[in-house]
Design a protein. Sequence first.
Lengths: 271, 315
Amino acid sequence: MEDIILEGKQIVKNFALKKEVFWEKQKILQAVGGINIQLRRGQTIGIVGESGSGKSTLGEILGGLQRPTSGRVLYRGKDLAQMNREERRQYRRNIQFIFQNPKESMNPYFTIEKILTEPMKLLDENYTPDYARQKIAEILPQVGMEPDCIRKYPSELSGGQCQRIAIARALLLNPEIIVCDECVSALDVSVQAQILNLLKSLQRRYGTSYLFISHDMGVIHYMSDYVLVMVGGKIIEQGEGAAVMRHPAQAYTAQLINSSLFREDSICAAL
Amino acid sequence: MSAVCLQLRGCTVEDARKNVLIHNVSLEIGENECVGIIGESGSGKTMTARAILGLLSQDLKLDAKEMVLDGEDLLAMNPRQKRDIIGGKIGFVPQNTVAYLHPLIRIRNQIADGYQKAGRGTKKEGEAKAEKLLAQVGIHDPKRVMNSYPGQLSGGMRQRVNIAMALMCDPRLIIADEPTTALDCIVQKQVTELFFQLHKQYNTAILMISHNLTMLKKYCDRIIVMYAGQIVEAGTTQEVFEHPRHPYTKALIEVIPRLDQDPNVPLLEIPGYVPEKDRGRSSCLFADRCPNCRPQCRKPLQINEAQAHFSRCVM
């Protein structure tokens, strides 16, 4: 299909565990076990699962931060492993990350301006200092930040403000795909709503695709068109967002939904 | 024996520059009652808990009209007596499980510290009790956990150790400061269930601080909503959730994405930020962010403090 921009085929990722004694056989932890995934333009895929289920590893492999042990990642039909330098640059530019902890993903000794300029310097061919300044001035109001925050350091901003800067940084390169790895888990509920609304409105405007990783079922339901449920590196259930949430086919999915709601039946009617 | 476990009245905390951090907070926790505090970060929830525990940092000034724990007036005591009383009667479960356990000391050697300090028994007895409690909070091999360093345990395990630690002195009251925020949702549910199972078993009162409304709704008897260092609404869980009176409470309930939410409708936002300055003023603190703010909200509010379902709003 034409509009599939990112595809993972049979992705496997193994990690070697530390040996207790040296003659022991090497033990292997399979973090991701043969996953197929297709992301279309303007689509949001939600990945849920408990911690340790391999959702972040999958996101990092698709985003090119880790290499899969076996399997292929195709960006616009091209294999990541066989890309030349220029193609790889294009790919890097078009896929961006928003991490769980925005403060840890920023250099504490850089000002916000430098944090925002850095990726453009490396990846944007139109880069000039003036161009960067202009882009930053354009993007900050969109994420709800004052323009004069560029002289501040990450430590001077609150968690929610830092997350907005992280989103601005991801958006500056006009990426096609953004991998949101638990990007609202650390935020307050009121800030969470603002960030989610922001991501949605940007998707409508620019047609960005999201890979949305979270363990909050409410957030996943609100954001995703398509949901994958992962346990132990495997997909146990997938389908249209609303369908999975309303009628989970697997007991595990139901358990996940119930425990995020703290009750046996559905909360929706009452709250 | 009074039926009130903790009575706090008119508690105000100021920093060295006279900025009010929490203003005139009054709360009452009955015996065997479970009270939840909700609010955004920066609304003074943790500060209130710390004020009760006497864990405020040195440069903050605490001023309260009344602070009675289990029939004993904490304000009249010197710090040392206060520490003994608090150590024996209140169990504290912190949010940050990493920072609360000493990373270089085995669990065995730190779990019974409070127990010994409160003069409940020797280290041996403490360890025996700790093992029993660890088993009770759902750890399958207490012996191994006792001999581990905190870094060798997962987040859920460490939180269980913290809960066991809080239970060591058979407290009258457990103060849990966002005990599940760092955990994923299945462990979160297990830990919360554990709390309330212990609450039933030992008849301990619980003060639960969280921003997970769904969780508090299910487990708490009463809910206190805090905003910018003040209590804006307080009432039974049913009253607060079904008929919220303060616009802030209504907004808090609205902003959470639910499963019946239409994904095409934007979530409600609370614009602006929690005010940092001038929290002691008597006009409404939420006025700048309130959707139905009227001119009278800018004037000092006339609030009846004695209403059963308290709301700091004139509407």
